[in-house]
Design a protein around this ligand. Structure first.
Ligand code: BTN
Length: 268
């Protein structure tokens, strides 16, 4: 990778328009996982908005213990340290807020329709373009904190992805027909994320919920999910203020079921 292409802190700070997000940066040409490093930094008391970013990860992690792979120097692999304070009860709505911000930012950058797939995927009609992995480590004395990991497919090519899911992924470059400046994409996304996240910390998720539901890709569609040991189908009705997915089970009159961590599969 040419030195000019590396996401070094000086390159990021040239383009940054945020107040806190990314103002303090830990950059790694290569590391195992930026989430793992962020958890370590949280334990050492690192501050809200601190950015951990890598040009390559050897053991990137995704949701549900999946691996997150990306070739060196083509995509965005970063983790934000967040210290939301007592008003934010759990990590789920933070995941939704960051996914929505990423979808909005990527829509602006590529001109494509970018949606959120509850809880953490950022998708387009052509495939997945990014994902969020927010973890809340146990942290003794240093207060409530979240390591919010974000992976965005920016310039990687279809054959950079493993065969198993090559058909289900898309990149910013594929959508816009040009190679993008990763530093610029990063700084645009950090701005979107900070604005939406600060609004969320001040007013809760209820003010953001209508925007989230407008970008929710399975709204009104039939999905399948596991419940009490069996497979159930229902129609996605929206999200609750704590970030749970609201699903109306087929053939039941009992009202919506709230899903918190279950995998949801489209049946439409
Ligand atoms: C998912 O869609 O399953 C979430 C993927 C999150 C990947 C990012 S890449 C940067 C950060 N470090 C990690 O190890 N994972 C997250």
């Amino acid at each position: 990778m040419a030195d000019a292409d590396r996401l070094v802190p000086a390159r990021i700070s040239e383009l940054l328009t945020t107040r806190r997000f990314g103002r303090r940066v830990y950059y790694y040409p290569e590391t195992d996982s930026t989430n793992r490093i962020a958890v370590e930094l949280i334990r050492r008391g690192e501050e809200d908005g601190c950015l951990v970013i890598a040009d390559y990860q050897t053991a990137g992690r995704g949701r549900l213990d999946r691996a997150w792979t990306s070739p060196p120097g083509r995509d965005l692999l970063f983790t934000l340290i967040l210290r939301p304070g007592e008003s934010v009860g759990n990590v789920l709505p933070v995941t939704l807020v960051l996914a929505l911000a990423a979808a909005r930012g990527l829509s602006g950058l590529t001109g494509a329709e970018v949606l959120v797939k509850w809880p953490n995927d950022v998708v387009t009609p052509d495939g997945k373009i990014g994902g969020i992995l927010a973890q809340q480590p146990s942290v003794g004395g240093s207060g409530r904190a979240i390591a919010a990991g974000i992976g965005i497919n920016v310039n990687s090519r279809r054959d950079d992805f493993p065969h198993e899911y090559r058909d289900g992924v898309v990149t910013c470059a594929m959508l816009s027909g040009a190679t993008l400046d990763r530093a610029r994409v990063l700084c645009d996304l950090l701005r979107e994320m900070e604005d939406l996240y600060d609004g969320f910390c001040e007013n809760g998720f209820s003010g953001i919920r209508p925007q989230y539901e407008r970008r929710l890709n399975l709204l009104g569609e039939t999905v399948g999910f596991d419940r009490s040991g069996g497979r159930v189908e229902g129609v996605v009705d929206g999200v609750a203020n704590d970030g749970a997915l609201r699903v109306l089970p087929a053939g039941e009159d009992g009202g919506a079921v709230l899903l918190y961590g279950e995998e949801v599969v489209s049946r439409s």
